[in-house]
Every structure is written in structure tokens, then in C-alpha cells.
Design a protein around this ligand. Structure first.
Ligand SMILES: Cc1ncc(C[n+]2csc(CCOP(=O)(O)OP(=O)(O)O)c2C)c(N)n1
Length: 452
């Protein structure tokens, strides 16, 4: 790869992307562990995404109508931590970056939900993030249908690697997204042909482009180091009726001696090679040092969302008080007052009548009371609706032409169902539940473990 040519082609972009690469190299070197190659390879894609497309406001990180960014390739956590630090998330200080992977720091080896703002979900177990993202995108569709595009109108972006796409759960996610035409879901595939053991063909020869197309996705193939191509692909992705996969051809550990090798995947800590990489980048700064012009360019990107947030908050304030209260309630996960009285009445009735019913029937009796009151519940089953009794009488089926539907036919996809439900819950405004038979919950276990 001709680094000098990349530098001179887009000097301003190069400096911003290089800040990510340099912070990654420094943090991994200081920790003496971590994954350098993926953030170095995807820095260009991430820079264009945050600079030109992602709707976010570091000052209001829980804004319900923000775009969601899911780092499915969670081992590349320094990509996310760098972005959060550079764009000005208050809790992602340079001290946190310096303490990458240290006890008590927010900057865990893999991003953990709740440790720092801007981390939308816990990733690390490959395949989970892209599968969570299906739930995030479904939640957005449902809430846009319920509250209107003035209040709910955002995208879910995912960075996924070869490992995410090899994990079986990704097929369940891809199939669901294609079937439901989740056009607000945009996956950026880090197509670098490298995993830990070597090149991808050691273990896989799937034509990923054909695979996504066969599942109903729009696919775009680009050079993942060309900012104009990245920008154009993201723009195109927003015009389609299908979910979009952008295959970003990249070089793992770009500009380092380990570039394009499996050595580049992990911790690049050799001091001479680190110095040589920074020299090639034209980055003469000390460890963790970001020059003021680059930092302020990134901070300006972070401030860009403030006006969009303010406009959204104004639109919210102009809707009816009842609607405002409802949005606040569902995102705060509060219960409607009348639910308690209805549950008490049901308990009283059941204890008086003492009916002999199967557990799935008693579950259904509760759902019949809860669902009409709790409009944020979303039910479903992995093709066992009639056996699990998960659909209450008031629920219609979620589909392309019925985004208000609150019942999902997940198909025979227990793992994908559970992972998507995690995404819905993390999106906020939705309370998902799903059913299958007890023995098949083993198929959903990785996602259930993450939920726990
Ligand atoms: C479920 C699961 N299995 C194994 C791993 C360990 N692991 C972390 S990264 C990785 C290789 C992933 O390759 P790729 O997605 O191509 O990442 P890149 O080499 O491009 O950084 C593996 C096997 C994991 N994180 N999750």
C-alpha cells in the first residue's frame, strides 16, 4: 500500500484517520495487549462515517433519535474508544485511553455496555453485534411507525469483520434483515481477508457479496481507504429499500510492518516498528499526543450534532403532552400506573378460580392483560407461536407493510431472535419477549448470557 499516496490524496482526512491509528498503536503498546490491526484498517471508514453521516451528539449521548453505531468486531475496541475521545464524549478522557485494558478503566478490552457513553452494546463474542443491530433497526422501524418520522428517524450502522460473518448467528441476522427490508441498517464489512490463524481461505470460501444479495440485501463494493468512495457508498446505502452491506476492501494494520498479515491482527508493540509506522504516517507526535488542529477538527465533528439534537428536542416539545410523556416513559422503562391494578385484579381472579392450565397458557393469560396496556412490548417466537402462546389477541404481525405490528415471526432462528431482542432492549422504547421450547433455549444461550 502506498501510504505516501494516501496521505497526499486527502491530507485533512488522513490526519483525522491517523489520529485513530496513532491512539490505537499507543494504547495497545502501553497495555502490551489488544488488537491494533482492525482499527488501523478501518480508520478511514470510521472517520467518514462519523464526519459525514452519523447523527450523534456527545453532549446528549442517550438522545433517543441518535443513529446507533455498533462495533460488532469488538476486539477492535480502540477504534470506538478513539472516536469517542476525539469527538468529545466527556467520559472518554485521554486518561481512559492511556489506561486501556487496565483494572477499573472504562476502556475494557472489548466494549462493554454501561461502561462509557457511546457504547451501544457489549461486543466481543463475534457475530453478536451484527445480530443485535437487526433488533436496533427493527425497534427504529416500529417507533417511527408509532411516533412519526419527526421524532424517530435514524440509522443503525455496523462494523463487522470476517469473524462476525463466519459465525452462524450472522446468517440468522442477515436473513431476518433481508426478509424485513430493514433499509435503515447499514453494515460496513471490514474485508481484509485476515483472521487470527491466517488468511480467510484457511476456513472459508464464501462469496459474501453473493451471500448478502441472496438474502435480500443491497451490496456495494468499495476501496475502504478512499474517503470519497466511502462517502458515496454511505449516501447510496440510504436510498435503497433494502438493508445495505458495504464491502470495504481494507488492509489490516495499514502502514505497519505487519500490514496484510495475521500478525497485524493482534497487539503491535514492537517500538521500532511502531516508530516506523508513525513516520510513514507523517505523525511526528509523542505517545497519546493529538495536535491541536486535528483535535479541534474532530471536536467540530462532535459538535455538529448539537443543532440537530436541539431541533429534535424542539419538535418533541411541540407534540402533545401525552405523547411526550409516553416517549419519556418508554425510554425510562417506567410502568404505566394502571398496569399494577390490572395485574392485581388478574392475581385475585386466578387465585379465586384456581384454573388448571399449562404454564404456557398461564403465560398467555398474563400477556393478554399486559400487552394492551404496555404498548412497548414486542412478542415473538422461533416458529412455535401456536405452542408457546406468545401472541396476545391484540397484536398484529410486524412486517414490511405493517411496521406497527408488535408480533414477530422469527423463523427457526433462536439465536438470532435472542440477539435481536437484546438489540431492541438496548435501543430503548421497546420491551421484547420471545418464546421457544426449553431445550432449544440452548441455541439462544450466547445472546442470553450477554443479556444477563
Ligand atoms: C465467538 C468468538 N470466537 C472467537 C473469538 C476470538 N477472536 C477474536 S478476533 C478473531 C478473529 C476475527 O477475524 P476478523 O473478524 O477478520 O478480524 P480482523 O482479523 O480483521 O481484526 C477471533 C477468532 C471471539 N472474539 N468471539
Amino acid at each position: 500500500m502506498d501510504i505516501a499516496a494516501l496521505r497526499s490524496a486527502n491530507p485533512d482526512h488522513w490526519k483525522k484517520a491517523t489520529a485513530i491509528r496513532a491512539l490505537t498503536l499507543d494504547a495497545v503498546a502501553a497495555a502490551n495487549s489488544g488488537h491494533s490491526g482492525m482499527p488501523m484498517g478501518m480508520a478511514d471508514v470510521a472517520t467518514v462515517l462519523y464526519e459525514k453521516h452519523l447523527k450523534f451528539d456527545p453532549a446528549n449521548p442517550n438522545w433517543p433519535d441518535r443513529d446507533r453505531f455498533i462495533l460488532s468486531a469488538g476486539h477492535g475496541s480502540m477504534l470506538l474508544y478513539s472516536l469517542l475521545h476525539l469527538t468529545g464524549y466527556a467520559d472518554m478522557t485521554i486518561e481512559q485511553i492511556r489506561n486501556f485494558r487496565q483494572w477499573g478503566a472504562k476502556t475494557a478490552g472489548h466494549p462493554e455496555y454501561g461502561h462509557a457513553t457511546g457504547i451501544e452494546t457489549t461486543t466481543g463474542p463475534l457475530g453478536q453485534g451484527i445480530s443485535n443491530a437487526v433488533g436496533f433497526a427493527m425497534a427504529e422501524e416500529m417507533l417511527r411507525a408509532r411516533f412519526g418520522a419527526k421524532l424517530m428517524d435514524h440509522y443503525t450502522y455496523v462494523i463487522a469483520g470476517d469473524g462476525c460473518l463466519m459465525e452462524g448467528v450472522s446468517q440468522e441476522a442477515i436473513g431476518l434483515a433481508g426478509r424485513h427490508q430493514l433499509s435503515r441498517l447499514i453494515v460496513l464489512w471490514d474485508n481484509n481477508n485476515i483472521t487470527i490463524d491466517g488468511t480467510v481461505d484457511l476456513a472459508d470460501r464464501t462469496d459474501q457479496v453473493a451471500r448478502f444479495r441472496a438474502s435480500g440485501w443491497h451490496v456495494i463494493e468499495i476501496d475502504g481507504h478512499d474517503p470519497a468512495a466511502i462517502d458515496a457508498a454511505l449516501t447510496e446505502a440510504k436510498t435503497t429499500r433494502q438493508p445495505t452491506m458495504i464491502a470495504c476492501k481494507t488492509h489490516i494494520a495499514l502502514g505497519h510492518a505487519a500490514q496484510d498479515t495475521s500478525k497485524g491482527h493482534g497487539a503491535l508493540t514492537n517500538p521500532d516498528q511502531l516508530t516506523a509506522a508513525k513516520e510513514a504516517y507523517g505523525w511526528p507526535y509523542g505517545p497519546f499526543e493529538i495536535p491541536a488542529d486535528v483535535k479541534s477538527a474532530w471536536e467540530n465533528i462532535g459538535k455538529r450534532g448539537a443543532a440537530t439534537y436541539a431541533a429534535w428536542a424542539k419538535r418533541l416539545s411541540e407534540t402533545s403532552p401525552a405523547r411526550q410523556a409516553e416517549i419519556e416513559r418508554i425510554f425510562n422503562r417506567d410502568m404505566p400506573v394502571k398496569l399494577g391494578a390490572r395485574i392485581r385484579a388478574l392475581k385475585k381472579q386466578i387465585s379465586a378460580e384456581a384454573p388448571k392450565v399449562a404454564t404456557r397458557q398461564s403465560s398467555e393469560m398474563v400477556l393478554e392483560v399486559v400487552n394492551p396496556i404496555l404498548q412497548e412490548t414486542v412478542g415473538g417466537s422461533a416458529d412455535l407461536s401456536g405452542s408457546n402462546n406468545t401472541r396476545s389477541g391484540d397484536m398484529t404481525v410486524f412486517d414490511v407493510d405493517n411496521r406497527k405490528g408488535r408480533y414477530i415471526h422469527w423463523g427457526i432462528r433462536e439465536h438470532g431472535m435472542a440477539a435481536a431482542m437484546n438489540g431492541m432492549a438496548l435501543h430503548g422504547g421497546i420491551r421484547p419477549y420471545g418464546g421457544t421450547f426449553m431445550c432449544f433455549t440452548d441455541y439462544a444461550r450466547p445472546a442470553m448470557r450477554l443479556a444477563a
